[in-house]
Ligand binder design. Structure first.
Ligand code: HEC
Ligand code: HEC
Length: 371
């Protein structure tokens, strides 16, 4: 067979094979300082940390971890009685079997009303510095009150919800074990749910195993995908660290300003003109399990997501400005989003790499709801 190939083709194959072998050796060396240098824009460097394992989960000093507290939080998370109708639990939209989200473009909640954003997974949410696509909650403790009160979600009031939970006899021992006495308060409900959410995190992925030295576990495509992610495709300008997000807000041109589906994103929180159309950079661990993708669930395959980046997202000019409460806002795409011109092969290699960041869905035992 070799005789049929011209010597230049043979040389090319040899070079490619030794290039891949070298990449494999470096990336699986267990020492990321030996990896090839990433391609980063200077503006990205202040927020950059190399990709790698997830760090230990940090629990805030005013809400430390205990097994009993996490169990109480888990029970509340699955309890529909936190909602006004007694029918919608946090887990209705954050279903462990669906990657802790709901596989829908938009969630539906109270009275099957449709929400306006794609549900985020709570997997690894403990690593996010602010919560929601626009970062409007500053901690998981702060976040958990919001869906209970949201008219489209659970349509309740946190005080009423706390009152209802206080009347359920079976909760007494759970609160006592978690907090030392039976008192039910909204503050304790938030703390318990947050403590539980911090336990919902990814286990060891194939990526983690590969960089720890299991060199043979990656296919050539997965290996090239990892290399592209760090270099030519420039994903690490935003998706960096073990959480695969730099926890910043960025505009990648998805806000559809001026259209019916417009979403001002971070602007709604800060009211700073430059934040129009920015969203929190989501972590990419488990991303294959949390589609459809983006704040509005507008992309239904990962190939579509990567193609969008490859084209540098030529946003249509008619979808770039709007007038909101008398203020003209326009969407200014991040300079990090630019034409990458990836080949079809490179696009599928990137996707193959993203798949190695997901783990098998864990079996979650459902809590017994107290009576
Ligand atoms: C009706 C569906 C629905 C229900 C019920 C619901 N959520 Fe959500 N959740 C969402 C949607 C949609 C988002 C994204 C919303 C946004 O960014 O504006 C979200 C976002 C979140 C986030 C942010 C994750 C991140 O990475 O920033 C957390 C945490 C969360 N929900 C926890 C909860 C908890 C706790 C409850 C119960 C008290 C709950 N959710 C109830 C739909 C729901
Ligand atoms: C300028 C910063 C930036 C760069 C560069 C970037 N991303 Fe993103 N990425 C984001 C933001 C912000 C979002 C969320 C946007 C939204 O919801 O509308 C996102 C969303 C995603 C999602 C969807 C996640 C979800 O949960 O819905 C995937 C997958 C993704 N990016 C992969 C990549 C890949 C692969 C690259 C490299 C080709 C890349 N990104 C480059 C900022 C960036």
């Amino acid at each position: 067979m070799n005789n049929c190939l011209s010597s230049s083709v043979q040389k090319e194959i040899k070079q490619k094979t030794s290039f891949l072998a070298e990449l494999r050796r470096l990336y699986s060396s267990g020492d990321s300082s030996k990896w090839p240098k990433p391609i980063l824009d200077p503006e990205a460097i202040p927020y950059f940390a190399e990709i790698g394992h997830l760090p230990e989960m940090q629990f805030p000093t005013d809400n430390p971890y205990s097994e009993d507290k996490a169990l109480l939080g888990k029970t509340l998370f699955f309890d529909p009685r936190l909602s006004q109708s007694n029918q919608i639990a946090c887990a209705s939209c954050h279903d462990p079997e669906l990657g802790w989200c709901d596989s829908r473009t938009f969630s539906f909640g109270h009275n099957r009303q449709i929400g306006i954003r794609n549900a985020m997974s709570i997997l690894n949410a403990g690593y996010a510095k602010s919560l929601f696509w626009d970062g409007r909650a500053t901690s998981l403790e702060h976040q958990s009150e919001m869906p209970i009160q949201d008219v489209r979600e659970m349509n309740g009031h946190i005080d009423l919800a706390a009152g209802k939970i206080a009347k359920i006899k079976g909760y007494e021992t759970l609160f006592e074990k978690a907090f030392g006495n039976k008192t039910v308060s909204k503050d304790r409900i938030s703390k318990a749910i947050a403590a539980f959410e911090r336990t919902v995190k990814s286990g060891t992925s194939r990526f983690d195993q590969f960089i720890d030295g299991k060199a043979e576990i990656y296919s050539d495509d997965e290996l090239m995908g990892l290399h592209l992610f760090r270099t030519k495709a420039q994903c690490m300008n935003c998706h960096s660290s073990g959480y695969f997000s730099n926890n910043q807000f960025e505009n990648i041109g998805t806000s559809l300003l001026g259209s019916k589906q417009e979403d001002l994103g971070r602007y709604l929180v800060t009211k700073r003109i430059e934040d129009a159309g920015k969203f929190r950079v989501p972590g990419l661990r488990e991303t294959t399990r949390t589609g459809p993708w983006m704040h509005n669930g507008s992309m239904t395959t990962l190939t579509e997501v990567i193609r969008f980046y490859s084209r540098g997202n030529p946003e249509h000019s008619q979808q770039r400005s709007t007038v909101h409460q008398g203020i003209t806002l326009s969407s200014e795409k991040s300079g990090f989003v630019r034409l990458l011109d990836l080949s079809d092969e490179e696009i599928s290699q990137l996707e193959a790499f993203l798949r190695t960041l997901s783990t098998q869905p864990e079996k979650v035992s459902l809590p017994v709801l107290p009576q």
